[in-house]
Design a protein around this ligand. Structure first.
Ligand code: UD1
Ligand code: CA
Length: 454
């Protein structure tokens, strides 16, 4: 019979090497806290129980964890070492399971690797890898071909320090044995901590079956102790995401210059130029082109749309075949119909644009409804805020707003209506009317410019 899988994630350490107030497992990787990466992966293993060991940051970590997942939070009052952390979980364990222990600060372990580990029947299975620089990691010591122990960096002899096969910190334990084994761990070592790694020696001493599994791509099992390691890991994660997108047919101009901090779904024929950041949930339809230096957050861009360089799009929905940018800003609630054009230095907030509407230069459109085919001239401002309240502007179908106009909301411009350039519009304009709201021009013949004084 296949034994159920139980998960333990150790996340109670203080993360002192980051010198940060934030608990290490809440530092973000790909825009998501470290802990969430592991939780998502283990979820796919259908574990019977997930235990997460947390310390003094418990409530902060709980608050920032997706509550759709059922987690047994276990408190470790003081971080006395990884062995002590696991000991706190023992009273909560089921009688018979394959217990998969993960470190909260090694978040990229793949599901396939976890599956291979739990399917090994040994009482203790350690996941190892070989690295060119083993500094900081526990070393895998083999004597006469037998896996005899793990020695932490601080406890190594000078010859052990040269060993480049290291402990990833990930292991599977027969849950029946774990209670007795953690009780035997002492703090008799240089760091005066209860080291989980001592389990290998203890299990061997009892003649239990101990084995190891080597993962060949060590980037998968990297641990994060410093911001420098976190930055390296970010590149590993981004490279994986970029590879997956390229495999699905997305053209990425330079996969080392893209950041996806969330989920990016892209259709066929999509091209992503350099230095773009995608945050939250972003959906790009077929043939969407994203120019260099764009930031797109929680938005949907439909097929054939072009986002030109240096544009920022947040919480927006853009229709088919639109042109946005360069240097455009779409803010939350911007909803553009098909064939809309939003040009340079234009800001759009909480406004709905009908099919084919245009606002091409230097404008602010907020809390507005813009009819299909309307043209908003350069420098137009919807004055939506009176210092206390926000009001709406309605611009009708095929309306033409002359350049440098101020539309003082609440105000409505009718279908096919025209606003003369430089107008300040404070009263509604009916369908088809021309509204001119500016001082009329006076020409003074024979006027002399003042002369310069000596
Ligand atoms: C640990 C391993 C080391 C391995 C490395 C891989 C031990 C003793 N050492 O070292 O062999 O090569 O990971 O990355 O296991 N934690 C607690 N409570 C504690 C201490 C730590 O929950 O009292 C948690 C931390 O939050 C962290 C994880 O355990 O998520 C690992 O702790 P850390 O101090 O980072 O161990 P390393 O020194 O990296
Ligand atoms: Ca670590």
């Amino acid at each position: 019979m296949v034994k159920p899988i139980e998960i333990v994630i150790l996340a109670a350490g203080v993360g002192s090497r980051m010198r940060s107030e934030k608990p290490k497992v809440l530092q973000t990787l790909g825009g998501v806290p470290l802990l969430h990466h592991l939780l998502e992966t283990v979820h796919d293993l259908n574990p019977i129980k997930i235990h997460v060991v947390v310390g003094r940051h418990a409530s902060e970590i709980k608050n920032q964890t997706d509550n759709r997942m059922e987690i047994n939070w276990v408190i470790q009052e003081k971080p006395k070492g990884t062995g002590h952390a696991l000991a706190q979980v023992v009273p909560h364990l089921l009688l018979e399971s394959r217990l998969l222990v993960l470190l909260g600060d090694a978040p990229l372990v793949k599901r396939e690797t976890m599956e291979a580990l739990v399917s090994d029947k040994s009482d203790l299975v350690i996941l190892t890898t070989k690295v060119s620089d083993p500094t900081g990691y526990g070393r895998i010591v083999r004597e006469g071909g037998e896996f005899s122990e793990i020695v932490e960096e601080k406890d190594t002899s000078s010859s052990q320090r040269l060993i480049n096969e290291i402990n990833t910190g990930v292991m599977v334990i027969n849950s029946k044995k774990v209670g007795a084994w953690v009780n035997k761990i002492t703090d008799n070592n240089v760091q005066k901590e209860h080291l989980l790694t001592d389990m290998v020696k203890i299990a061997n001493h009892e003649k239990a079956t101990v084995s190891s599994l080597e993962v060949f791509d060590s980037s998968e099992v990297q641990g994060v102790n410093t911001f420098s390691q976190l930055a390296n890991m970010e590149r590993v994660l981004q490279k994986n995401k970029a590879e997956r997108l390229m495999e699905s047919g997305v053209q990425i101009m330079d996969p080392t210059r893209i950041d996806i901090r969330g989920t990016l779904k892209a259709g066929k024929g999509v091209v992503l130029d350099i230095n773009c950041v995608f945050e939250g949930q972003v959906v790009l339809g077929d043939n969407v082109l994203i120019g260099p230096n764009c930031v797109v957050s929680d938005s949907k861009l439909d097929s054939g749309t072009v986002l030109k360089p240096n544009s920022v799009v947040e919480g927006a929905e853009v229709g088919k075949n639109c042109s946005v940018g360069p240097f455009a800003r779409l803010r939350p609630g911007a909803v553009l119909g098909d064939d809309v054009s939003v040009g340079n230095f234009v800001e759009v907030k909480k406004s709905v644009f009908g099919v084919g509407a245009k606002v091409n230069h230097l404008a602010y459109v907020g809390d507005s409804e813009v009819g299909a085919g309307a043209n908003i001239g350069a420098g137009t401002i919807t004055c939506n805020y009176d210092g206390a309240n926000k009001s709406k502007t309605k611009i009708g179908k095929n309306a033409f707003i002359g350049s440098n106009s101020s539309l003082v909301a609440p105000v409505s411009i009718g279908d096919e209506a025209t606003v003369g350039a430089g107008s300040t519009i404070t009263k509604d304009v009916k369908d088809g009317e021309l509204a001119v709201g500016r001082g009329s021009q006076k020409n003074v013949a024979g006027w002399m410019r003042p002369k310069k004084k000596d």
